[in-house]
Design a protein around this ligand. Structure first.
Ligand SMILES: [Cu+2]
Length: 162
């Protein structure tokens, strides 16, 4: 019994660290947004999408209350080494593969943020796939990206909350 209780406790604790949603053949792993600066008008959303099926799917849109508009973007570095990003119509999720939405590549762009996003929060959003349809997920607000040594003092403020 003790071992079982321990296993259950582990299972319950896991989603706080890396949550995921499974719909049909798709697994959406840890949708998250690095906490943007308080003055930010936009924020990037990231996750991994696993396609366990035999047919490709495509992420074609995102809806969320946290921003006036959410788009699928791809970051690129041009021939001059300058980073740019552009709106893409879809992200292809090939069968049997994992597509990572990450810094420097595909991401969700939340534009016109409707309010502050604070570390530890969960915000609902809907991912729209061509085959899987509408998939409800929650984006977790993670620590700010690229946080340097200088910022560590801020981590004392309610960092254990939740
Ligand atoms: Cu973008």
């Amino acid at each position: 019994m003790k071992i079982l209780a321990f296993a259950v406790a582990l299972f319950l604790a896991a989603p706080a660290l890396a949550h995921e949603v499974t719909v049909g053949d798709l697994e959406i792993i840890h949708p998250h947004i690095p906490q943007p600066a308080a003055s930010a008008k936009a924020a990037g959303g990231f996750m991994a999408i696993v396609n366990n099926g035999a047919e490709a799917d495509r992420l074609i849109g995102v809806e969320s209350d946290i921003a006036a508009k959410a788009e699928v973007h791809e970051s690129k570095v041009d021939a001059n080494g300058v980073g740019t990003m552009e709106h893409v119509d879809a992200i292809e999720i090939p069968p049997g593969e994992t597509v990572n939405l990450e810094h420097g590549g595909y991401h969700i762009m939340f534009m016109g943020l409707t309010g502050p996003l604070m570390e530890g929060e969960l915000h609902k959003a809907t991912l729209i796939f061509e085959r899987a349809g509408r998939v409800e997920v929650e984006f977790q607000i993670d620590p700010p990206a690229g946080m340097g040594e200088m910022d560590h003092s801020k981590m004392d403020h309610g960092a254990s909350g939740g």
